[in-house]
Design a protein around this ligand. Structure first.
Ligand SMILES: Cc1cc2nc3c(=O)[nH]c(=O)nc-3n(C[C@H](O)[C@H](O)[C@H](O)COP(=O)(O)O)c2cc1C
Length: 401
């Protein structure tokens, strides 16, 4: 890929369709299957069963994963006609930056189990289109390496996601490293102070961190390294053990958010909000944005579908900070519905992992281009030209379905 500082312009839906049909004329295909069941199936063929299950799986009987998708199904779009939709603008403002479309790549850890290029490939794909990338604490490459590699492609926002562990000095170190490396917001994930009961992973007896995967930010951290008798390169088992003892902290409460505020200047975004009362607490604690998410159904089985939680949180927040959304976004119609219910933008998880598995950086880019094209067409065909116009009047609820 040619390296450039300017993200490539996103194609409209019609342009992307033409591009794919033109490719078809010459016997070519995009790097990833367009139908999502085929994309998922292809990823499954490529990945080891345990890596596929680690990404695809959820907590318990995976009822929350089903609830996430069902919540989308119960809201239906009510298209409007004759409204001059010849020009669309999908851009949205978020924390002072303009995004070309309301889509971010959400934090997904241990991407090396999906593709060797891991987070670097995903971050570069996002940057090439000017879409923000959120790097997980448990990334496969260090936050500095990912930032440098993505910055060579184009300047687009990068955020750092924090798993807030037991060692305050280590937490402060990571947060400050992220700010120095140019991550312009801190996403604090609140729903993972323990790993959910994930039946597929337990069945395989597989947790990639125990193999030392996904720990690049720890192994490169001076505070973490200072806690070890020998460096991780010499004694990886001891390093993994230390990580296990520090990774999470179930004792945190709302008052602890102040600690993060003292250690970073960047906006703090709280991920994992589902209850309106927690949205109120988050605002009291000074959060700059919220992410309504149930972690893609990986934490609490039998939880509310994330989209069903969105309206209550949006009502409580009442425009004071942006509300973002993830958990179950697969197609343009899903993005449309989340925006209509009050989300400013959405984050992707598994969807871009399947693109990464199938075709690395190019696969992630193609998944993004397809999603944005699908959103653009959904907007146009439903009678809307920009994201701001969307509200609940664009939808109807079909509970009897
Ligand atoms: C394999 C995998 C790893 C994830 N790792 C993280 C992580 O490190 N930090 C985090 O905040 N969320 C993590 N998530 C959750 C995603 O950020 C997001 O909330 C979720 O994937 C959305 O659901 P969906 O993938 O069904 O759309 C992970 C999700 C998956 C599938």
């Amino acid at each position: 890929m040619t390296e450039s500082k300017q993200p490539q312009a996103l194609l409209t839906g019609a342009e992307r369709e033409l591009q794919i049909y033109a490719l078809g004329l010459s016997g070519g295909k995009p790097s990833v299957p367009v139908p999502l069941d085929l994309l998922d199936q292809k990823a499954k063929e490529i990945l080891t069963p345990r890596a596929y299950d680690y990404v695809a799986g959820g907590a318990g009987g995976e009822d929350t994963m089903r609830a996430n998708r069902e919540a989308f199904y119960l809201w239906r779009i009510v298209p409007r006609m004759l409204r001059d939709v010849s020009k669309r603008d999908l851009s949205v403002e978020l924390l002072g930056a303009w995004l070309p479309a309301p889509v971010l790549l959400g934090p997904v850890g241990v991407q090396e189990i999906v593709h060797n290029d891991a987070d670097v490939a995903s971050a570069r794909a996002a940057a090439s289109l000017g879409l923000p990338f959120v790097l997980s604490t448990v990334s496969s490459r260090s936050m500095e390496e990912v930032a440098q590699s993505a910055a060579k492609v184009a300047g687009s926002p990068r955020w750092f996601q924090l798993y807030w562990g037991k060692n305050a000095e280590l937490t402060a170190s990571m947060v400050q490293r992220a700010e120095r490396a140019g991550y312009s917001a801190l996403v604090v994930t609140l729903d993972t102070h323990s790993l959910g009961w994930r039946e597929r992973d337990l069945h395989h007896g597989y947790l990639p961190f125990m193999l030392g995967q996904g720990l690049a930010n720890y192994f490169s951290d001076p505070v973490f390294r200072g806690l070890l008798a020998q460096p991780p390169e010499q004694n990886p088992a001891a390093a993994v053990q230390l990580w296990g003892s520090l990774f999470s902290n179930a004792a945190l409460t709302w008052k602890d958010i102040a600690f993060l505020r003292q250690h970073t200047h960047v906006p703090i975004i709280l991920k994992g909000i589902l209850h309106a009362n927690d949205a109120a607490r988050a605002l009291d604690a000074g959060a700059d944005a919220l992410i309504v998410s149930n972690h893609g159904g990986r934490q609490v089985d039998g939880s509310v579908g994330a989209l069903d939680a969105l309206p209550g949180v949006v009502r409580e927040v009442n425009g004071r900070v942006p509300v973002l959304f993830d958990s179950g976004i697969r197609r343009g119609a899903d993005v449309f519905k989340a925006l209509a219910l009050g989300a400013r933008a959405v984050l992707l998880g598994r969807l871009y992992m399947w693109g990464l598995a199938v075709a690395g950086e190019e696969g992630v880019r193609d998944v993004l281009l397809n999603l944005v094209a699908d959103l653009d067409l959904t907007m146009a065909l439903s009678g809307y030209t920009c994201c701001r116009e969307l509200d609940a009047s664009a939808l109807c609820r079909c509970d009897s379905a």
